[in-house]
Design a protein around this ligand. Structure first.
Ligand code: UD1
Ligand code: CA
Length: 449
């Protein structure tokens, strides 16, 4: 009887030559985090008993990313079959099911993996279950050769006959294998093929030669794209974006033009939120309910509470916390600052390393001068304060609750609660000066001509 124990091997040793990158392929991000992290998250949902990631030499960055899951190093990249073999010692004696996943196929869903496991544990007791799919463009994927008694073999595109290449049923790379039979199959894989590689895919024909059954499950092409180039990375990004947008809308957000809204894997958006076109949600953004986000905003690492009105053209950087019903208007940048409930920062402003108290109003063109070239300093604006337009707040500085700062001020000292502070050149006036000036200049010019 098949046991229900599960081990997962993720292959990620390829550098991804076609990416033309110094970054290992599986580290390229989709929706703001590495491909391999998406895959590990999905797999974690299956609560595997063991999980091993096969990486190449000099891929500490991958090992760090997948930690605490262990990695094994495949010193020479001799093919997918050879890569799986590298995980043997790490898995040890394991008689459950083994799922093999490719790090460059990151969009697969848990439901699909569960279907594969169900087939593997089903009455046919197949030695190997392969996840097949029919992509719009079958390109260079391996092809599944299926006969009356189930899956017979996988042929790599390079090794396939013209008729085999006509077959639309492709190999996604994902396999569920009986752990009791895996190593005896893998150890018999050779490299007599056009690439001179040890193909994992050969275990199907080997299992059949042993008299075992193999089978396949068909999956959704939108989950099974393999990323080998930057152009495929872009396709994968668009697929993951479509999913994230769908989830946001299902959660009660209106995306007026969904295709123009870019989301991160961890973006959280509440209900009755309206997002106008061209908005970017970088990693770490949490949006409450009844928020309106006008066009062309850029957010990352920030929290936006209920009822906020943001944009158009607002930029919220890491550590920005926008309190309930606050307004953040056009060309306003907020970094590591709390804008408390109901405060308004509506135009052309930079608020960094600061607190803007509840109900305060920050006039157009106000700047917190938070950096002196060496250190960052804090600006504290009290509740209900009014900062006149074009004010420079030279941090560290504190504006008391309810204080008023005159427009154009350069504030370098504390303003006490309820006070008016004006710090600018005072205005002078010379009566009739303009008329005298013009007459003088006109006379000079006439003399010259
Ligand atoms: C592989 C399959 C092909 C399938 C396609 C699906 C084989 C022989 N071919 O082809 O049938 O249609 O995926 O996307 O398996 N890797 C290692 N070590 C190696 C070689 C590869 O870890 O020595 C890893 C890569 O990092 C990658 C994955 O295995 O994550 C697949 O390798 P890749 O070279 O991209 O295989 P394909 O040619 O795409
Ligand atoms: Ca590939």
């Amino acid at each position: 009887m098949a046991s229900s124990k599960l081990a997962v091997i993720v292959l990620a040793a390829g550098m991804g030559t076609r990416m033309k990158s110094s970054l290992p392929k599986v580290m390229h991000p989709l929706a703001g985090r590495p491909m391999v992290s998406h895959l590990l998250d999905t797999v974690s949902g299956l609560s595997p008993d063991r999980m091993v990631v096969v990486v190449g030499p000099d891929m500490e960055v991958v090992s760090k990313t997948v930690a605490p899951h262990p990695t094994v190093i495949q010193a020479d990249r001799l093919g997918t079959g050879h890569a799986v073999l590298q995980a043997k010692a790490a898995l040890g004696q394991f008689d459950g099911d083994v799922l093999v996943l490719y790090g460059d196929t990151p969009l697969i869903t848990r439901a699909t993996l569960e279907r594969m496991l169900a087939e593997r544990r089903g009455p046919r007791d197949p030695a190997v279950v392969v996840l097949g799919f029919k992509p719009e463009d079958p390109g260079h994927y391996g092809r599944l050769v299926v006969g009356a008694e189930g899956l017979k073999a996988i042929v790599e595109y390079r090794d396939a006959t013209p008729e085999q290449r006509e077959n639309p049923l492709c190999n996604s790379g994902v396999m569920a294998i009986d752990g009791n039979r895996l190593w005896s199959l893998i150890e018999r894989v050779d490299n007599r093929n056009s690439k001179g590689e040890y193909y994992l895919t050969d275990i199907v024909a080997l299992a059949r030669a042993d008299g075992a059954t193999c089978s396949h499950v068909e999956g959704d092409p939108a989950e099974l794209l393999g990323v080998n180039s930057r152009s495929e990375l872009a396709v994968a990004e668009s697929l993951i974006q479509a999913r994230l947008r769908e989830a946001a809308m299902e959660g009660g957000a209106t995306l007026i033009d969904p295709a123009t809204v870019w989301l991160s894997w961890d973006t959280r958006i509440g209900r009755d939120v309206t997002v106008w076109p061209h908005v970017v949600f970088g990693p770490g953004v949490v949006v409450g309910d009844k928020v309106e986000i006008k066009g062309f905003c850029h957010f990352e690492g920030c929290t936006i509470e209920d009822g906020v009105l943001a944009g158009p053209f607002a930029r919220l950087r890491p550590g920005a916390e926008i309190g309930a019903n606050a307004h953040i208007g056009n060309f306003v940048e907020v970094k590591k600052a709390t804008i408390e409930a109901g405060a308004k920062v509506n135009h052309l402003t930079y608020i960094g390393d600061a607190r803007v108290g509840a109900g305060a109003n920050v006039g157009a063109g106000t700047i917190t001068c938070n950096y002196d070239g060496f250190n960052k300093s804090f600006t504290d604006i009290g509740a209900g304060a009014f900062i006149g337009s074009n004010t420079s707040l030279v941090a560290p500085v504190k504006i008391g609750d309810g204080a008023v700062v005159g427009a154009g001020s350069v504030i370098t000292k504390e303003v006490t609660e309820g006070a008016l502070a004006v710090a600018r050149g005072s205005q002078m006036e010379l009566k009739g000066w303009a008329e005298r000036f013009r007459a003088q200049q006109a006379a000079k010019k006439a003399k010259k001509d």
